[in-house]
Design a binder for this molecule. Structure first.
Ligand code: NAP
Length: 312
């Protein structure tokens, strides 16, 4: 199938473009720039579209047989235009006779709205996709392993060999990598009988922070510790980020972030813990263990801290 990938130049979208090509499909990679020379080595067909321009979304959708939807954060910008864009993509898919939509919510979305802005926006997007009259599957990933190599997590690993993360020490997390999310989306695309399904997805290993650190340390040949960051410290750090990049006011965003992270840590329904057995029965892919993922990564730099000290 020719698959139109919205958000193709983002971290999650790139993995989907690769996975589609590997599975023998033809990804059509959408971004605002429409220039993917650096992202894909010039081998993938680019499409230009903007979530604020519904005509461009419809033209992009009409170029393919099916659609993968990835959306940017609604923590940094107003949600309503992105909800409207999702509805526009879904409507365009119906008009174009698309064979399938696979929507990556990028984060856990409970069945009912709980009053968390980021989740509630994804809830409305999900509704728009499922109501479009096109066979659609929703894939809802938990926390990405790939986050650990990003600017908000890697510096503490580089400086002191410590993962500093706003998860309590006893929080069970089914860390998933972008490549596994992509593989699950391709499997969903290829199974029209699953239309209407909503899948919470994680990786094959559910671990607590100290065990995550131990497995990464073993793979990277350097002891890694885990330090549970308080929600207050996490929010203080994010305040600086929001003041720099967000078009919404930082105070409200930070308050919202604190509320949702408290929920992630304390909710009795364990939003970061996923039993993948029933999912894999329907979406049969081989998931990547934490140790295998770690061994495959090119690290952003050397790991700091005293080599030989035991990982906490
Ligand atoms: N579960 C987790 O562990 C986790 C971790 C990180 C992020 N997330 C979530 O994942 C989502 C995406 O993350 P991110 O924002 O960091 O993604 P990102 O990697 O920055 O990618 C965003 C993508 O959206 C595209 N895009 C942005 N604005 C657009 C517009 N107006 N029109 C068309 N395309 C547009 C970008 O394309 P161009 O810029 O090339 O046009 C890019 O491909 C967010 O909801 C975030 O909260 C979850």
């Amino acid at each position: 199938m020719k698959v139109v990938v919205f958000g193709a130049t983002g971290d999650q979208g790139r993995a989907q473009v690769r996975a589609l090509a590997q599975a023998g499909h033809t990804p059509l990679a959408v971004s605002r720039g429409g220039n993917h020379a650096s992202a894909f080595g010039g081998e993938v067909q680019p499409l230009r579209a903007d979530f604020g321009d519904h005509g461009s979304l419809a033209r992009a959708v009409a170029a393919g047989d099916a659609v993968f939807i990835n959306l940017p954060s609604t923590s940094f910008q107003a949600a309503a235009p992105l909800v409207a864009a999702t509805a526009a993509i879904a409507g365009a898919a119906r008009a174009a006779g698309s064979r399938a939509i696979v929507f990556n919510t990028s984060l856990p979305v409970p069945r009912d709205k709980l009053g968390f802005a980021a989740q509630d926006a994804r809830h409305e997007m999900r509704r728009a996709v499922l109501d479009a009259g096109v066979p659609a599957v929703i894939v809802q990933p938990v926390v990405f392993l790939d986050n650990l190599l990003k600017a908000w997590a890697w510096p503490s690993i580089a400086a002191s060999g410590t993962i500093v993360y706003p998860h309590k020490e006893t929080l069970d997390v089914s860390w998933i990598c972008h490549d596994d999310l992509a593989a699950l989306m391709v499997a969903a695309l290829e199974r029209p009988a699953l239309a209407g399904s909503i899948f919470d997805v994680g990786g094959p290993d559910t671990v607590r922070g100290p065990e995550l650190a131990r497995r990464l340390g073993a793979a990277w040949g350097h002891p890694i510790a885990f330090r549970s960051q308080s929600i207050e410290d996490f929010c203080a750090g994010m305040n600086a980020v929001f003041e720099r990049v967000a078009t919404l006011e930082a105070d409200r965003l930070v308050g919202e972030l604190g509320r949702i992270y408290r929920w992630y840590n304390e909710a009795p329904e364990h939003p970061f813990k996923v039993d993948m057995a029933p999912v894999l029965a329907k979406l049969p892919v081989t998931l990547t263990p934490i140790a295998t993922w770690a061994a495959r990564q090119t690290l952003p730099g050397p790991i700091g801290g005293p080599a030989g000290s035991p990982a906490a």
